[in-house]
Design a protein around this ligand. Structure first.
Ligand code: UGA
Length: 441
């Protein structure tokens, strides 16, 4: 099928490349000329494992352009994957989605299905269809389908080609036939992805309800972990014991210093805002947001408790991105920690394997940067682990002793076992587990 994809961010680009990979002819369109020129040269503007290889493999089926007139004119299907960032009040900003729909209405010349992949508040698809029908060219039929995206950064290709499910919201028979046709390769052998058809509002809700449930699971386990610390229990054993119950499951039960990224923080706030607007406030989501904000500073609070006067310390921060496998710093706990430490006269050095360039854009020369763990640790008084990169998880505890001035380690991602920490004879304070040793002055 002839498909146009609006937006070449995570959702748009991965969708476009995946659709080309299952045989469709795809035009990816974006307003950002520098992104389009990179893409045309086979370079991905985002750091995502396997994406450039897939771009290369399907290069004959994908065109990248800034010319949306050309992209939309004869498209049978237009996927919309532009951003819906957070507004000050927590609601989703739909300006980019609206702008794309204005261009679609202006330029589409044949019947087409507009597929909204961007995460939008419940009821938005209905409004967009109404707008398109009131503004399209005469004689053209446009219907809108909701098709939320469930990919996670770092595993985006696998999450798209081997998706847990394809959710399609439309009340229009023709649109449903078109959507089934688009995804027929993925719903058949060997992929066998389940295809769930429902109304548009339900599809929009599946996306928010899924992300907010996962965020809630994380905030819940983080609160349980904090309680474990005060009562002498170990969160590893507790989650292990819980995970055997198939109703709970062992995934997304890793306690830590909170969730970040471009999705959970934005989607929890958007759904909370939306639920209040509709007089049905989701109090569990409200608590999820509050718990997460506090958890991001958990290690900073621990350090302040251990060391009354933190001024003058040399602090090494290991990991900056919101999770391993990405250079994305949006809502990363490391940013909150660096900001909190910056109120004091401290020497801060940050290690991250891929996000140093982005970090420099935020903090400039206010902090130091290192692409080597050992160099970052060298001469430091305190180390704070914020991202569980394999390079950090595999780094030997004895080497902290070797390079640090005083091996005081605060581990926000529980990268090491308590037994290892005991053997290393360091001060090791993690999440939901007993602290090992005492703070070293
Ligand atoms: C998330 C969802 O997992 C995807 O299903 C969804 O499609 C995507 O948002 C989206 O809406 O586009 P992503 O933001 O890439 O994907 O990252 P996750 O892997 O879900 O991690 C989010 C945060 O939760 C990270 O900061 C991670 O460290 C944290 N986390 C995750 C925990 O603290 N504990 C866990 O057990 C799991």
């Amino acid at each position: 099928m002839k498909i146009a994809v609006a937006g070449t961010g995570y959702v748009g680009l991965v969708t476009g490349v995946a659709l080309a990979n299952i045989g469709h002819s795809v035009i990816c369109v974006d307003v950002d000329e520098s992104k389009i020129s990179m893409l045309s040269n086979g370079v991905s503007p985002i750091f995502e494992d396997g994406l450039e290889d897939l771009m290369k493999k399907n290069k004959d089926r994908i065109v990248y352009t800034t010319d949306y007139k050309m992209a939309y004119k004869n498209a049978e299907v237009i996927f919309v994957g532009v951003g819906t960032p957070e507004r000050h009040d927590g609601s989703a900003n739909l300006d980019y989605v609206q702008k794309v729909c204005e261009q679609i209405a202006e330029y589409v010349e044949n019947d087409c299905v507009v597929v909204i992949k961007s995460t939008v508040p419940i009821g938005t698809n209905d409004k967009l269809e109404e707008y398109l029908n009131n503004n399209k060219k005469l004689g053209v039929r446009i219907s809108v389908a909701s098709n939320p995206e469930f990919l996670a950064q770092g595993t985006a290709i696998k999450d798209t080609l081997h998706a847990s499910r394809i959710v399609v919201g439309t009340e229009d028979k023709r649109a449903n036939i078109v959507m089934r046709e688009i995804y027929k390769t993925l719903t058949a052998e060997p992929y066998n992805v389940p295809y769930l058809s429902m109304n548009r509002r339900s599809a929009e809700m599946v996306k928010y309800a899924s992300n907010d449930f996962l965020a809630l699971k994380i905030s819940y386990i983080n609160e349980v972990a904090n309680l474990c610390e005060t009562i002498g229990a170990n969160i590893d054993d507790v989650t292990n014991g819980m995970g055997f119950d198939g109703r709970i499951g062992s995934k997304f039960l890793n306690a830590g210093i909170g969730y970040g990224g471009s999705c959970f923080p934005k989607d929890t706030k958007a759904l909370h805002w939306f639920s209040r607007e509709n007089n049905a406030e989701l109090k569990t989501v409200k608590s999820t947001i509050e718990v997460n904000a506090k958890q991001k500073l958990r290690l900073f609070d621990k350090l302040k408790k251990d060391c009354e006067n933190i001024a003058g310390l040399k602090v090494a921060i290991l990991g900056a991105s919101f999770k391993p496998g990405t250079d994305d710093l949006r809502e990363a706990p490391s940013i909150d920690i660096i900001n909190a430490l910056s109120d004091y006269d401290l020497d801060i050095v940050v290690y991250d394997p891929v996000s140093i360039a982005k970090l420099k854009d935020i903090f400039g020369d206010r902090i130091k940067y290192s692409k080597s763990i050992s160099k970052a640790l060298s001469g430091s008084d305190v180390c704070i682990i914020t991202t569980e990169w394999p390079q950090i998880v595999n780094y030997k505890l004895n080497d902290y002793k070797k390079y640090m001035n005083t091996p005081n380690i605060y581990d926000g991602r529980n990268c090491y076992s308590i037994d290892e920490a005991k053997k290393a004879k360091i001060y090791y304070n993690s999440i939901g587990r007993p602290a090992i040793g005492s703070y070293l002055k």
